[in-house]
Write a protein that binds this ligand. Structure first.
Ligand SMILES: Cc1cc2nc3c(=O)[nH]c(=O)nc-3n(C[C@H](O)[C@H](O)[C@H](O)COP(=O)(O)O)c2cc1C
Length: 383
């Protein structure tokens, strides 16, 4: 067993343990993957100012996200098919988040259902919704999330049409999946993963199968999802969701200043500056490059968060310095899950927390509320 000291170690272990089609599904972006790479690369260009001989004792990274106490400004992002990185993946990730003290967000396109998470965890979790043609079904999903005690809904705005990921097509990762000979051979090299899957009944999209009209198996599910993502989504629909939901509303997928202003006008509680982890519009800027202008323009009217490319606590601190009052991590926890199940997600959170805490100290601060752009070397970050 390798010694795990950073998120890259978890990624490498996940690559060994997770079947290629599911590892590639997580570790890829759309088309040239330019935006996917920029999400991480642009964090590296931002430099921190080291300060010395200031009292660094008694530090805390605690804050609130939409009123929820969090041990650090990080929540687990909605990640579809999490239960294919590891058997019962969503339950395990939610448990790790609960133990650590940050929120878990369940994707509409998860393997474990809303009810699975409710029955197997105790902390309130968040639910992510895609806008679909079948409004009855969306209302029922929201009602199920409410019944499970979800205090916040994450409405994803940037996936009404779907970016192409070459690897998924080549690997046959479609609904229904097209198992190639290469995939079957690859599965045979992942006994730990296969054993886990053999021990759980959760193998399909359990929020949908048996709940959406006419969806009973993988092949009817494929047809249903292709027709359900509704390209007509507009701001009136966002208002409709806000009114129906009634709880905290988080709008995810904002990259443009004009959209950020509309999001603030919508009365939502938070917006997430996000390019969907580089999986949608290839050629868009990185999220961290888009963040400062948006935070400056609307940060006083709506909580501004960001995601995309976070692989360390240094990244979380840089995002905070540029105005993000919360962040989401996607791949960082998905790699942990694929590598070691619940213990891997816990490791990802502990690693990021320790890096955040120490980096804040190196920059001369003991609490996040005192951290702002002055910790960044001038000229190395936009905004
Ligand atoms: C494998 C994978 C599946 C995803 N599925 C969803 C999803 O179902 N809903 C959603 O809103 N975002 C989804 N996202 C986007 C994440 O919520 C988040 O925006 C992104 O992962 C952040 O970038 P990072 O992975 O670099 O942290 C997915 C991302 C990945 C990597």
């Amino acid at each position: 067993m390798p010694v795990i000291t950073n998120i890259e170690d978890l990624r490498m272990l996940a690559q060994k343990r997770v079947p290629r089609m599911f590892y590639d599904y997580a570790d890829s972006g759309s088309w040239t993957e330019g935006t996917y790479r920029a999400n991480q690369a642009d964090f590296q260009k931002i430099l921190l100012r080291q300060r010395v001989a200031v009292n660094m004792a008694n530090r805390s990274t605690a804050t609130k996200m939409v009123g929820v106490d969090v041990k650090m400004p990080v929540a687990l992002a909605p990640v579809g098919l999490t239960g294919m990185q590891h058997a019962d993946g969503e339950i395990l990730a939610a448990r790790a988040a609960e133990k650590f003290g940050v929120p878990f967000t369940l994707s509409t396109m998860s393997i474990c259902s809303i009810e699975d998470i409710r029955e197997n965890t105790t902390a309130p979790f968040w639910f992510q919704l895609y806008w679909m043609r079948d409004r009855d079904f969306m209302e029922r999903l929201m009602a199920r999330a409410k019944a499970a005690g979800c205090p916040a809904l994450v409405l994803t705005l940037d996936l009404q049409v779907i970016g192409q990921r070459h690897k998924d097509l080549k690997n046959g990762l479609t609904a229904p999946p097209k198992p190639t000979l290469a995939n079957i051979f690859n599965l045979m090299t992942k006994p730990r993963w296969c054993l886990g899957m053999a021990g759980t009944p959760r193998h399909t999209f359990r929020n949908l199968v048996g709940h959406a009209k006419g969806v009973s198996d993988m092949s009817s599910l494929g047809a249903w999802t292709r027709e359900q993502f509704d390209p007509r989504l507009d701001w009136n629909d966002v208002a409709w969701i806000r009114q129906r939901w009634g709880g905290k509303l988080i709008l995810k997928g904002i990259m443009d200043l004009e959209d950020a202003k509309l999001a603030a006008d919508s009365g939502a509680d938070a917006l997430v500056v996000s390019n969907h982890g580089g999986r949608q519009l290839d050629g868009a800027p990185s999220s961290i490059a888009a963040l400062p202008a948006i935070a400056d323009a609307v940060g006083s009217r709506i909580e501004v968060w960001m995601d995309g490319g976070i692989r360390s606590g240094q990244d979380v601190l840089k995002a905070w310095a540029l105005g993000a009052r919360g962040t989401l991590i996607g791949r960082a926890f998905a790699y942990g899950l694929g590598a070691m199940g619940e213990a891997g997600v816990s490791a990802a959170l502990e690693i990021i927390h320790q890096e955040l805490d120490l980096t804040m100290a190196f920059c001369g601060h003991t609490r996040l509320t005192d951290v702002d752009r002055r910790i960044l070397l001038p000229g190395t970050a936009r905004g």
